[in-house]
Design a protein around this ligand. Structure first.
Ligand SMILES: [Zn+2]
Ligand SMILES: [Zn+2]
Length: 316
């Protein structure tokens, strides 16, 4: 390819994904970590319907779909039901470095608890480990209010303990973590997409390419026919009207949404094309959406060289 003045610039789509979020750990977890940090105590949640005790605490009973608002104090002892000794250097998400190995990892049930939990165990010789062994939590001295406050479970010799008496925990303050995920990227879309987008923006024309062998018309254009593996370079204009082949209604709103919800994302086959494009249907009443309904492209007044230069489709 020539590197002269007439060298075509490769068409790129630049996009900055920016998703601010708030993560609420829930009231039970707030109190769980507070008790762990301040009192070295483990708590679970108890289902008011079936009485099942969850550790770590969960907000909803998976069996009854009932909200659990009770935190119950637990023993720090339990019984091993499965184990492994890790001899492989994993990256430790807490430090970013390699976690020293070997280390023991166990699956167990705390006394009085109905669910399983996993954590480190202080035995690295697997021949010394047996299902049914008793374990006890060992806490960090300087605790921070996270799961790392339980250093590991040590193997002990003592009998299982009965269930503890419940105590209610109320009036817990909600804790919300704020964060943001930014993902800037450049997508090299290629010459076919460039022509497709340019014709939409400049001339309000929707173009496809036709397979010389099977005659199938692709919108958006592809270089190679998926059926015949033939190179396609015959451009044809298709209609700006088409039929809906599938849709979903968006009701959730975020800053990156192209329209105010509710609107639909739909698979649309334009007249004269044999493939479907995904685009927006602007219809404020989702009940009016139907498979097979007819829609028409509405072009943007000021094109920006994006697929949203077809601003949306409207029912006709
Ligand atoms: Zn339940
Ligand atoms: Zn073909």
């Amino acid at each position: 390819m020539s590197r002269g003045k007439d060298k075509e610039k490769v068409f790129q789509i630049k996009w900055k994904t920016d998703l601010p979020y708030r993560y609420s750990m829930g009231k039970l977890s707030v109190q769980f970590f507070k008790e762990l940090k301040e009192n070295k105590k483990l708590h679970g949640s108890k289902c008011p319907k079936c009485g099942k005790v969850y550790f770590p605490p969960r907000a909803v009973c998976a069996d009854c779909m009932v909200e659990m608002t009770r935190l119950i104090e637990l023993y720090d002892t339990g019984t091993l039901v499965g184990f492994t000794v890790v001899n492989y250097p994993f990256v430790d998400p807490q430090t970013g470095g390699l976690r020293p190995f070997p280390y023991g990892y166990g699956l167990f049930k705390l006394d009085g608890v109905d669910t399983y939990t996993m954590h480190f165990i202080d035995e690295v010789d697997h021949t010394k480990l047996r299902v049914g062994m008793r374990v006890k939590a060992v806490f960090k001295e300087e605790r921070e209010g996270n799961l790392g406050d339980i250093l590991y479970y040590e193997i002990i010799k003592e009998e299982p303990k009965p269930k503890k008496v419940e105590k209610m925990v109320e009036d817990i303050e909600e804790k919300v973590f704020r964060g943001r995920i930014k993902v800037p990227y450049k997508h090299v879309a290629g010459a076919y997409v460039e022509k497709f987008i340019t014709e939409i923006g400049k001339n309000n024309k929707i173009m496809g390419v036709k397979c010389p062998k099977c005659g199938k018309v692709y919108v958006p254009p592809k270089m190679i026919c998926f059926n015949c593996f033939e190179k396609m370079d015959e451009w044809v204009e298709v209609s700006n009207q088409g039929s809906v082949k599938g849709f979903t209604v968006v009701t959730h709103s975020t800053p990156v949404m192209p329209l105010e919800p509710p609107f639909a994302y739909a698979l649309i086959t334009l007249d004269g094309s044999n493939t479907e494009i995904v685009h927006i249907i602007k219809e404020s009443d989702p009940k009016k959406l139907k498979l097979g309904m007819r829609v028409e492209a509405v072009f943007k007044d000021k094109p920006r060289k994006r697929i949203t230069d077809i601003e949306y489709f409207r029912p006709i």
